[in-house]
Design a protein around this ligand. Structure first.
Ligand SMILES: [Zn+2]
Length: 287
């Protein structure tokens, strides 16, 4: 599943391609995504100029004129492809975790522009498109979600108070979107390793200093992942033919049985399951 850094990479490449461009029409081949695509979808987009592509957490936000928006979530397996009409581009994928080429099947939605088209592919169909008619409704949509790690509201007062008297472990909280938005399984393990905090530690036992480390390292890890082009779990290349590079920087994720990368530590990285998700850590460095 794409995490915040990967969705941010999609946002950047999509924004570059479609910002200030007019949608000629939309072709829907299959409406049955996680939410059914409404019948006014084409008229909503037709002849409208895209203002920009934004993002909150793992949601892409297409800004349209007259305070209209379209929210896109990639679900488990959604990818967005850009196909040029004249100059054929070999790599079409703007996102990660999948083939760089336009797949033959599961191309459900096509946005037709003047010289290119944008295709939404999703084999498992857990992704969705939602039309939102004003800014108030857009904000409502995100009400139940905690701040992003980059948000100034994700600060010591917020984190420390949130954790008071709570018995769940820190790994669970980093994945809890009500607490913080956009951190997924890969980055949660990396953040805890960098913070030297054991993933099983109950949050009520975290000191202020440890909370501060989590805040700083969440930003650090996600920013680094974005600057490296995200993490390519499978053989992936984006539309410029580049691979994401953060997977080469993993210190613990999928490193079980390997030597801990901290200087002076000869411990082996362990893998344990927390709430059905694999968790990777060094039980010597992370207390
Ligand atoms: Zn270690």
């Amino acid at each position: 599943m794409p995490e915040l850094p990967e969705v941010e990479i999609v946002r950047q490449s999509l924004n570059k391609k479609i910002k200030q461009k007019k949608v000629k029409k939309v072709i829907i081949r299959n409406r049955n995504l996680r939410f059914k695509i409404p019948f006014n979808f084409n008229s909503y987009f037709q002849n409208k100029k895209i203002i920009k592509v934004g993002r909150f957490s793992k949601y892409l936000i297409i800004y349209l004129p007259q305070d209209n928006y379209c929210l896109i979530h990639l679900g488990m397996s959604g990818t967005i492809h850009v196909i040029n009409n004249v100059k054929i581009n070999k790599h079409t994928n703007t996102s990660f975790y999948n083939s760089p080429f336009l797949p033959k099947k599961h191309n459900h939605v096509e946005f037709i522009f003047d010289n290119f088209k944008v295709v939404y592919n999703d084999p498992r169909r857990f992704g969705f498109f939602l039309l939102i008619k004003n800014n108030l409704d857009l904000n409502k949509r995100f009400n139940h979600l905690g701040p992003e790690p980059f948000d100034q509201n994700f600060n010591l007062t917020y984190v420390y108070n949130f954790f008071k008297r709570k018995n769940k472990n820190i790994k669970n909280f980093l994945l809890d979107q009500k607490f913080v938005s956009g951190i997924g399984n890969i980055y949660a393990s990396e953040i805890l390793f960098l913070s030297k905090i054991n993933p099983f530690k109950k949050v009520k036992l975290l000191s202020k200093k440890e909370c501060q480390k989590i805040i700083i390292n969440s930003k650090k890890i996600l920013l680094k992942a974005i600057s490296k082009g995200g993490s390519s779990i499978r053989d992936f290349k984006d539309i410029s033919g580049l691979k994401g590079g953060f997977q080469n920087e993993f210190k613990v994720y999928h490193q079980e049985g390997k030597r801990c990368k901290n200087l002076g530590c000869s411990n082996l990285i362990k893998k344990k399951i927390i709430s059905n998700r694999s968790t990777f850590f060094c039980d010597s460095c992370q207390k």
